[in-house]
Write a protein that binds this ligand. Structure first.
Ligand code: GP9
Ligand code: MN
Length: 413
């Protein structure tokens, strides 16, 4: 009801919402390319396996980008689709199921929708069937103008693996569409090759498999390495097409790739005796890289999550977010009490971490649960307010949505 909406609005408005004035608008009017890296966890960044870098391209690219090394995925059962949802709405995904399936008819005020007012054209590129995760229905609700899906690409046995094109072929075939789009554009590219169970022909392997008791972990590194190479190729093509200098590139890992079933192998990879719940929590970090042409590189270690991407991007594009109904905060603003809540109720603050009922200090030492209690309360509140917004379709009461006129596309052909 409207009452619920007002209550949640008051909660959100009561929080201090800051932005870094010096960065506000530094990417104003630029194209945006967001790349979702399938199943890519942050521990691969800078890591060598058998003496070889797993992500040589990203390791270099990070040096000229903003790189967030304490950035967590916050996905639930909706996996890739949850990550997409969080990144573009700054809301939490649902406690169960995929919000892409269960609430595709809601009103939202997602990034592509908001950017329409600033003359942006928006498109998603993904070489899987358009109905997967209900994307053909959800994308119009997020404001997308176009979804380049499986039917827009040419898939053969040679150029495909798993659900779609290999990432390199995917980027290669996408470029011709991308360069024809109206500018400025906001686009999202969903990679796929590094998907469980990480199958890759030997001719596509730039590094050897790892050697542990888990074939999944062993195969993970060559497929991550392959996606790294595919993104390198894409960036090269953007340069050749003259798009690079006018485009902000945002790269994020969607969710974990290696589950807790592979803890023994992961302990070997990380050189640890065992993987504790604290380690598992830390393994939920995924990379976030923001590249704006001409900027100096900087690594930012603030505790953060996917929910923070939307306000951050909008601020970089010179768009204020003060009135937005969202739970994230600008990644560039140093906060005393930064806190990131994962969908299962685990959370990380600058000083503490809480998971599976255990309270840790930031070094991973178990401490008195009372130290985590105040944050646990806040974590619960955040998740439940976000759930209420979605279950009640309350964003229909948002001023921006009430203003909206005209007809909306309800599904893509
Ligand atoms: C499928 C791709 C991968 O289209 O998004 O799905 P996932 O299993 O990671 O959610
Ligand atoms: Mn995924």
């Amino acid at each position: 009801s409207t009452n619920s909406y007002v209550e949640i609005e008051n909660y959100i408005r009561a929080r201090d919402k800051h932005m870094d004035e010096s960065l506000f608008g530094i990417a104003k009017g630029k194209n945006v390319i967001v790349i979702s890296m399938e199943s890519t966890q942050n521990f691969v960044i800078g890591r060598k396996i058998n003496g070889k870098e797993v992500t040589p391209f990203l390791n270099d690219f990070i040096k000229e980008s903003y790189y967030f090394d304490h950035f967590y995925h916050q996905t639930g059962q909706g996996k890739t689709s949850d990550a997409e949802f969080i990144i573009e709405n700054s809301l939490y995904p649902l406690d169960r199921g995929s919000v892409f399936f269960t609430h595709a008819n809601n009103e939202y005020m997602a990034t592509p929708e908001l950017l329409k007012d600033y003359g942006y054209y928006s498109a998603v590129f993904h070489s899987n069937d358009k109905t997967f995760w209900n994307r053909d229905i959800m994308y119009p609700a997020l404001g997308y103008d176009r979804f380049f899906n499986q039917t827009d690409f040419t898939g053969t046995q040679q150029n495909s693996v798993g659900w779609g094109l290999k990432d390199k072929d995917f980027f290669e075939q996408s470029i011709r569409y991308l360069k024809e789009l109206p500018q400025p554009f906001y686009t999202k590219f969903l990679t796929l090759t590094n998907h469980f169970p990480f199958i890759l022909e030997s001719k596509d392997r730039y590094i050897d498999e790892y050697n542990s008791e888990s074939d999944i972990v062993n195969r993970y590194f060559p497929t991550v390495r392959y996606t790294d190479e595919a993104i390198k190729y894409f960036v090269q093509r953007l340069k050749e097409e003259g798009l690079y200098n006018n485009t902000m590139i945002v790269i994020y890992g969607d969710h974990y790739g290696i589950s807790e079933n592979h803890n023994t192998a992961m302990a070997q990879v990380l050189g640890k005796e065992e993987i504790t719940p604290f380690d598992t929590l830390t393994l939920q970090r995924v990379p976030l890289v923001i590249h704006i042409p001409g900027q100096r590189g900087r690594t930012i270690s603030k505790v953060s999550g996917q929910i923070d991407v939307k306000p951050t991007l909008l601020h970089l594009l010179g768009i204020k977010t003060k009135d937005h109904m969202e739970f994230g905060t600008d990644l560039f603003v140093a906060e005393q009490e930064a806190m990131t809540v994962l969908r299962d109720g685990s959370f990380i603050t600058e000083n503490y971490a809480y998971t599976k009922g255990i309270c840790y200090n930031k070094n991973g030492t178990i401490v008195d649960r009372a130290l985590c209690a105040p944050y646990a309360e806040k974590a619960k509140t955040e998740l439940s307010l976000s759930d209420r917004l979605i279950y009640g379709d309350l964003l229909r009461f948002d001023a921006h949505n009430k203003r909206k006129t005209g007809t909306m596309t309800t599904s893509f052909q």
